[in-house]
Structure formats: structure tokens, C-alpha cells
Design a protein around this ligand. Structure first.
Ligand code: RIB
Length: 308
């Protein structure tokens, strides 16, 4: 079993359920409010650990109650949080999330301590980490993400970048990646295309164009249309599993954590993608970020039921 290192964000999510998402300038009445552990990095770490991975995480939180709560949450999911550093003079990251009835959401983050994560923080996490799997996202400063990908390559690790929230990326970063896993918005932004939906018949060409930017493999995450995977040997659709959506928050994070856990356990890429599709589909059936991430047993049972 290969070790997994997640470098990224921890946020406390402030979540309000609504009947619809507000238009600019509009005030609407929401329903239930809850605070739920989140942050793309922490969500991916929890997913990889619940799904069987041996996981450590590097990140930063404030010296406050949310920071303690998030760090304890990681530990209780089985993640080694020894490199999640409490940081003086700054608040723990938060995310404001609106979730409407069909499960779609809108998210705004205030990065707080996540913005203090520096390249020099990462060295200890890479000790004894040869040939592991590194999970990255874009809620940390870009120079830190670039340094992480460089360090990972030096350690012969496999790097998986979730380019979320969407941002333009340097050629050097893209060339240091084994896997790039954009959703529709992120893929179109990276290609300089206007935002919109991606039809399945457009996916092979868009995937190939993303591959030309530098990563070894592109996994286009297409929500309920599944995933399209492109590399030098393969251009293939992996349909997902039909579920009744409640909340899509952290579905992409669950996918990436599950992908890492599947690869770390020695599964082939097609096996790991199918496992990740199932885990992400299950997460959509539950509310919240880390509260929605299934365990290995739940995913195995779900796959058993769907394979009949
Ligand atoms: O991907 C979902 C996550 O995005 C939420 O948990 C929120 O914290 C934001 O980081």
C-alpha cells in the first residue's frame, strides 16, 4: 500500500439550505443552517483515509476553535495531521455554502490560514515519502502548489492535481503532474473556452487538448455524466452510478480521495476510476462535505448492489 500525502486547505463550512440560489442583489429566505468540516484538501484527506488509504496531511489552520475542530476531525478519520500547523494571528479558513433543493451549490471561501501555507512548510511531509501519491488542489497559494509538485517529482511520487477553484496554471506545474482532474468549469477555463457544460461527444477532444498542456493523464469530471479519461493509451468514458442527489458539496473531493486510495492499494486506473465514481455518487446522497464522505465498506456494498 503506497502512502498518500494531501497538501491543501482546511475550512469550516457554513452551510444554508435554500429552495433556490439567489440572483445578484437578491435576498432570499434559507432553511437549515449548519457548520460542517470542509476544505478541499481536508475533504480529500478524509475521503482517502475512510476509503482505506494511509494518509498524512499538510496545511495550516488558525489558533482557534475551528482549527482545533478540523484537526481533530482529520485525526478521528485516521489522517496523520501532524503537519497541520496552528498559525498565530490569522483565522482558520471558512466557506459560505448555499445548497439548493437539487443538490447544486454556490461556495465562497475566505482562505485565512490556508493562504499562509508556504513551500518551506512542506519539506517534513516529504520525508520517508518515496513513490507515494500526492493530492493537490488550488485553495493554497499557487507557488506552494508548484513547489509541492516539484518535491513530489523528486520523490518519484504520483501527483494528482484537482484544479479547483478554477485558475490559470503555469506550464511547469502542468508538466509536473501525473493526473489533472478538472470539472467542466475548470477544464474550459484551462483551455481558454467560455464557461458552459461539456457534452460527452466533446469530451475526447477537450481531454486531448488538456493532455497537450502537460499532464500524463486527464480525468474530466463530468458530474452525473461520469468521467472521461484521456492519456497516450486511452480515451474512454466511465459512466457513474445513478443516485438521488441531495448535496453535491465535496463530490469532486471524494472522487479524488477515492482515486488516490484505489491507486495506492494497487488497483489499475480503470478500477480506481470506477471506485471513485461510486464513492462520489454516494457522497452526493448525503448533506455536507466531510459528513457526506462514505467508508470503504459502504462503497463496496454499493458496488456489489450495482454490479448485481
Ligand atoms: O469542495 C468542497 C469544499 O470547497 C467545501 O468543503 C468548502 O470548504 C470549499 O473548500
Amino acid at each position: 500500500m503506497k502512502p498518500i500525502l494531501v497538501i491543501g486547505s482546511l475550512n469550516m463550512d457554513f452551510v444554508v439550505q435554500t429552495d433556490k440560489l439567489p440572483l445578484p442583489g437578491e435576498t432570499i429566505k434559507g432553511r437549515d443552517f449548519s457548520t460542517i468540516p470542509g476544505g478541499k484538501g481536508a475533504n480529500q484527506a478524509v475521503a482517502a483515509a475512510r476509503l482505506g488509504g494511509r494518509v498524512r496531511m499538510a496545511g495550516r489552520v488558525g489558533q482557534d476553535g475551528f482549527g482545533r475542530n478540523l484537526t481533530e476531525g482529520l485525526a478521528s478519520a485516521g489522517v496523520d495531521a501532524g503537519q497541520v500547523l496552528p498559525t498565530a494571528g490569522v483565522a482558520t479558513g471558512v466557506a459560505l455554502i448555499l445548497v439548493e433543493r437539487e443538490g447544486q451549490n454556490q461556495i465562497t471561501i475566505a482562505a485565512g490560514a490556508n493562504d499562509r501555507l508556504e513551500a518551506s512548510d512542506l519539506e517534513p511531509s516529504f520525508q520517508d515519502f518515496k513513490q507515494g501519491i500526492v493530492l493537490l488542489q488550488l485553495e493554497s497559494p499557487l507557488p506552494t502548489v508548484e513547489a509541492a509538485a516539484r518535491l513530489a517529482r523528486r520523490q518519484e511520487a504520483t501527483t494528482i492535481l484537482d484544479p479547483a477553484p478554477a485558475a490559470a496554471l503555469s506550464k511547469t506545474l502542468l508538466r509536473n503532474l501525473d493526473y489533472l482532474t478538472p470539472n467542466e468549469t475548470e477544464a474550459l477555463l484551462l483551455l481558454g473556452e467560455p464557461p458552459g457544460e461539456i457534452r460527452l461527444d466533446e469530451a475526447p477532444d477537450l481531454g486531448r487538448r488538456l493532455l497537450e498542456l502537460g499532464p500524463d493523464t486527464v480525468i474530466l469530471k463530468l458530474g452525473d455524466k461520469g468521467a472521461w479519461v484521456v492519456n497516450r493509451r486511452l480515451s474512454r468514458h466511465f459512466p457513474t452510478y445513478p443516485v438521488k442527489p441531495v448535496d453535491a458539496t465535496a463530490a469532486g473531493d471524494t472522487f479524488n480521495g477515492a482515486l488516490a486510495a484505489g491507486l495506492a492499494a494497487g488497483g489499475s486506473l480503470p478500477q480506481a476510476i470506477d471506485f471513485a465514481n461510486a464513492a462520489a455518487a454516494l457522497s452526493v446522497t448525503q448533506p455536507g462535505a466531510q459528513s457526506s464522505i462514505p467508508t470503504r465498506t459502504q462503497v463496496d456494498r454499493f458496488l456489489g448492489e450495482h454490479r448485481g
